[in-house]
Each structure stands twice: as C-alpha cells, then as structure tokens.
Design a protein around this ligand. Structure first.
Ligand SMILES: [Zn+2]
Ligand SMILES: [Zn+2]
Length: 262
C-alpha cells in the first residue's frame, strides 16, 4: 500500500511523508519530502500520525527556500538521515544543510530508489537554484508532489501523467493577491513565471493530468493572505472528473490526514 500525509503546507513550513507498505508485512519505507519544520514541530506532527523521527528513511529536498529546508540540518545531524537534493539546491542551501556522507545528489529525470519507493524528480520553473519536484511509486501506484512552481510546463504535465494521487500547489487567488497588503515586488514575484501557481493555473494543470485513475487530489501550499480553501477547492473541482473520490486541502499547520492510494 502507498499512502501520504502532509505535516504542514505553505510558507510557514512544508513537510510530507510518503510511505510504501510491502504486502509481505516487511518494514515500510518512509520518505520525507522537504523539512521546513523545527525539530520539535516535526517530532510532534510525526507522533500525531504514529511515527517517530527515526522511522524516516530519507529526505528529499525540493529546493533551498527556508519553508522547505530549515529543519533538514537538525534531522541529518541528529539522526544521520539520508538527504537527496539537486546539486544546485545543495550549493545554495549553504549552511542550512550538512555536507556529510548522507548527502546525495538528485537529478532531473533520474530515478532514485529508497527501499520500496522509487522517486522520479523533475525540474520545475521556480525562483530557486535548481528546483525539483517529484513523483513517488511503490511499483503499483504513483503519487505526484508539486508544491512550488511558477507556471505549468509541458514537462511538468508529462511528469505527472498517470498519477493516482496529487499533492498540488494551489497558491493564490489573483484578485486577493492584487488587492492585498504585499509590496509590489513580492506580488510580482508570486504571480511571475517562477513564483507560485494561481488557483486557475492549478486547475489547468490538473485538467491536463486528469485520468480515470486519479482518485485523490490535495490542494497544497495555499497562501494564508492571498487565498481561501473554498476558492482553491472550487477551482480544482471544476477541473476534476467524477472518478476523483477525494479532494481536500492541506492546512498550513495541521497538514492533512493519511491519504491511502491503492
Ligand atoms: Zn514553498
Ligand atoms: Zn519556494
């Protein structure tokens, strides 16, 4: 069985657990995607899902922005957890991550095997050094995780084809962003081609990835200032077919409960 849970999503800190449970009862493989949480928060949010920090087999860091990487060094140094990130992310992260043997380089298009999980990273347009997002598969089902991109590209659409579940950035409502209190430069950055997805862009991407096997969609990385869950859900609902049985929002602090795929 393949399942995932968000431990928190958005600019205050991102972390997602993907778990592959073999049918023979062997120990599950657990991947943490990003760690933008302080150690105490990570421990508490994992515990709420029945997990210890030591249950995490590896971390995949999508890019060096602090909401994705701020807790990685503590996790790596205290627990020796293996960390995967692109060369650009490692270089830009600087002191935020520890150059130790547990550091591994991830590349666009190159599969990574961690226990019973196969990770497929793909490049995205986002204002970081070398950002990657990813799909995770247990060989039977596949989850797509996409939290920070500026605009949907053909490569991103291609990478997400055939996923059974998506954790999908649905960042902002353009009208709320335009009329909100953010400075002009930040508004331009968020709405730019290397910023974050507006609700309608997420819906367009979802429409391009939709197929009968897509059963679960979790809207993620919502802006607290420039979006509302009902706006994000309304946009995605319009792009989904009747076969999607679960559409929900990952909360900034509480994330979302386990979503079982297959
Ligand atoms: Zn982010
Ligand atoms: Zn980012």
């Amino acid at each position: 069985m393949l399942r995932f849970t968000s431990l928190g999503s958005g600019s205050s800190g991102n972390a997602t657990v993907v778990e592959a449970q073999p049918h023979d009862g062997a120990r599950p493989t657990r991947l943490l995607v990003d760690c933008g949480l302080a150690p105490r928060q990570l421990t508490a949010r994992l515990a709420a899902r029945g997990l210890l920090v030591s249950d995490i087999d590896a971390v995949f860091v999508t890019h060096e922005h602090s909401d994705h990487v701020s807790g990685v060094l503590a996790l790596q140094s205290r627990h020796g957890t293996a960390v995967w990130a692109s060369a650009g992310t490692w270089a830009r992260a600087g002191a935020k991550v520890d150059p130790a043997p547990s550091c591994h380089i991830a590349c666009d298009g190159q599969a990574i095997v961690v226990g019973d999980l196969t990770i497929a990273p793909f490049a995205v347009p986002h204002d970081a050094a070398e950002p990657l997002q990813l799909t995770c598969s247990d060989g039977r089902h596949r989850i797509g995780i996409l939290t920070d991109i500026g605009e949907p590209t053909d490569a991103v659409v291609h990478a997400l084809q055939g996923c059974d579940a998506l954790l999908l950035e649905t960042n902002h409502d353009p009208a709320m962003l335009a009329s909100g209190a953010y400075p002009a430069w930040l508004k331009r950055r968020i709405a730019g081609q290397r910023g974050h997805l507006a609700n309608a862009q997420s819906a367009t991407l979802l429409d391009a990835c939709r197929h009968d096997g897509l059963r679960h969609v979790v809207a993620a990385h919502l802006s607290r200032q420039n979006n509302r869950p009902e706006l994000a859900l309304a946009a995605l609902r319009g792009a989904l077919g009747a076969t999607c049985t679960l559409l929900s929002v990952a909360d900034a602090v509480t994330g979302c409960p386990w979503v079982a795929v297959g």
